[in-house]
Design a binder for this molecule. Structure first.
Ligand code: GRF
Length: 194
């Protein structure tokens, strides 16, 4: 299985995924692609020996279709079978997502269906929730709403700041995402709950 990973920033989830695809793992990373040429994850991908490319979203202004065509052109030479969105901060159109149905994953920092969208940690704290976490799901045309492939839970502790909670969730993302990817690549079904 040839895996492309899309990032926008530091790429800590990308690093965890790349590091997991070794030995008898049926998948290998073939490309790291960022919409942000300054993404730190591009340098980290290069250091891990994975081809790293930026398609600068600023070149396309408001023309999302042209931006997505550029993404498709950047992906094509690497012939990915699967796309992992990992800290990728652009909303992809239905036209882009449709051909990847069942072959595009995303990790979202909440226990979906709770808190789709942004600022998930702050919203969970403000709601007084006792539990929070992260979700890996199939990407569909509706934002943060595809079939759930795995979740990991963390407690929200008294006095938790948004930063403390975000760090606790991120650590679990780095365990959950590689576990879900491997299970999918091995053709196994069923959710992973950590
Ligand atoms: C983090 O907030 C993570 O929860 C979400 O994307 C952000 C950046 O992740 N998935 P990464 O370090 O770029 O993987």
């Amino acid at each position: 299985q040839r895996v492309a990973i899309l990032i926008s920033g530091g790429g800590s989830n990308m690093v965890a995924l790349v590091r997991s695809m070794t030995g008898d793992h049926p998948a290998r990373p073939v490309l790291v692609l960022s919409d942000n040429p300054e993404a730190g994850g591009l340098v980290r991908a290069g250091a891990l020996g994975v081809p790293a490319v930026a398609v600068d979203r600023r070149r396309f202004g408001r023309d999302r279709a042209a931006f997505e065509r550029a993404l498709t052109e950047a992906l094509a030479p690497h012939r990915p079978d699967l796309i992992c969105l990992a800290g990728f901060m652009r909303i992809l159109s239905a036209d882009f997502v449709r051909p990847w149905a069942g072959r595009m994953l995303n990790i979202h920092p909440s226990l979906l269906p709770l808190y789709p969208g942004l600022h998930t940690h702050r919203r969970a704290i403000e709601a007084g929730d006792r539990w929070h976490g992260c979700t890996v799901h199939e990407v569909t045309e509706e934002l943060d709403a595809g079939p759930i492939l795995g979740q990991a839970r963390v407690p929200i502790l008294p006095g938790d700041t948004e930063a403390a909670l975000a760090a606790r969730v991120l650590e679990r993302e780095h365990v959950l995402y590689p576990a879900v990817l491997r299970r999918l690549c091995e053709g196994q079904r069923g959710r992973i709950d950590l």
